[in-house]
Ligand binder design. Structure first.
Ligand SMILES: [Zn+2]
Length: 159
């Protein structure tokens, strides 16, 4: 009896520790290569923190709990007028429901980094200092994958 309770308890902890998201890549928006790079961006997060992404290529649904839609938009302008390659719109009423918008004119060599950064926002992260993935500007001060600092922010956000 005690053994069964202990196993049930451990199973519960196991479930609580790994977050799971459904990710829908808007069908027709990206090339095959870009779709592969979007999956690469998910894998960068999966290898850094306890998260799993179930990726589909489909029509994006209306905002859904724990569902991220990755789609292409022609261009993204910041309120300041500055050019941006990505923007994540979080849905206020639903946990981790967001639209990850990637500008169609994102340079190919920055594509994976932009998607990985935006997936950070989709998981609740905000901009951080130079040397991190969550650094606001896509330049050499922005890391290409989650750093210790980004992982710490991810964990702190969930405490
Ligand atoms: Zn950002």
């Amino acid at each position: 009896m005690h053994a069964i309770l202990l196993l049930a308890f451990l199973a519960l902890i196991g479930c609580a520790r790994t977050e799971s998201y459904q990710v829908v890549i808007q069908s027709g928006d990206f090339t095959r290569e870009q779709e592969g790079q979007i999956v690469q961006a998910m894998e960068a997060w999966e290898s850094a923190v306890p998260v799993t992404f179930r990726v589909h290529i489909d029509g994006c649904p209306d905002p859904l709990w724990n569902t991220v839609c990755v789609r292409s938009v022609p261009t993204i302008a910041e309120p300041s007028g500055a050019k941006a390659y990505g923007r994540t719109d979080m849905h206020d009423e639903l946990d981790y429901s967001s639209f990850v918008n990637i500008a169609a004119d994102t340079p190919p060599d920055l594509f994976v980094k932009v998607v990985t950064h935006e997936m950070g926002h989709a998981q609740g992260l905000v901009h951080h200092g130079a040397g991190t993935l969550m650094y606001a500007t896509t330049n050499t001060d922005q890391a290409a994958a989650p750093t210790e600092d980004d992982i710490q922010q991810w964990e702190t956000y969930r405490r």
